[in-house]
Design a protein around this ligand. Structure first.
Ligand code: HEC
Length: 127
């Protein structure tokens, strides 16, 4: 895919995410929030190939950057070296990835703690 098309894809995805990231956690399951807010970039079925981000099957408790074959940013590798995805670290990550690893490729932010908690509970259940 050309760089221009990649940029367009990222722009469209960001627009879609801005539209959906205000969805509240009330009456919406963690799985549905995941589908709205993460699935465009992350597969979650076991052994599914990565999308724009790595596969998240069993991510809770897993060492950061452990999916073989996914090209993480240098910033991600430096900031998260030796760390594992505890629920607490995931919460910080989803609130603002740039605060955890400045310069990371993940373009997403979620200000609502209830939405983050629902998504993290769902991630815990997929292992
Ligand atoms: C616009 C695409 C995009 C969206 C939307 C997105 N991510 Fe990501 N995510 C990425 C990319 C790209 C990376 C790799 C970052 C890097 O290497 O700098 C990543 C990395 C991650 C990682 C690290 C995984 C590992 O194996 O260490 C986790 C955890 C994660 N994302 C969770 C989520 C969750 C949960 C959501 C939804 C709430 C989400 N992401 C939404 C693109 C995205």
């Amino acid at each position: 895919m050309s760089a221009a098309r990649n940029t367009l894809r990222i722009t469209l995805l960001s627009a879609a995410i801005l539209l959906t990231s205000h969805a509240s956690a009330q009456n919406v399951s963690g799985e549905d929030l995941y589908k709205q807010q993460c699935a465009a970039c992350h597969a979650i079925q076991k052994d599914a190939p990565p999308g724009m981000g790595p596969n998240l099957h069993g991510v809770v408790g897993r060492p950061a950057g452990a999916i073989a074959g996914f090209a993480h940013s240098k910033e991600f590798k430096t900031a998260l070296k030796g760390k594992s995805w505890s629920p607490e670290l995931l919460d910080k990550w989803l609130e603002n990835p740039q605060k955890v690893a400045k310069g990371t490729y993940m373009m997403y932010q979620q200000a609502d703690p209830a939405v983050r908690a629902a998504i993290i509970d769902y991630l815990k259940s997929v292992k």
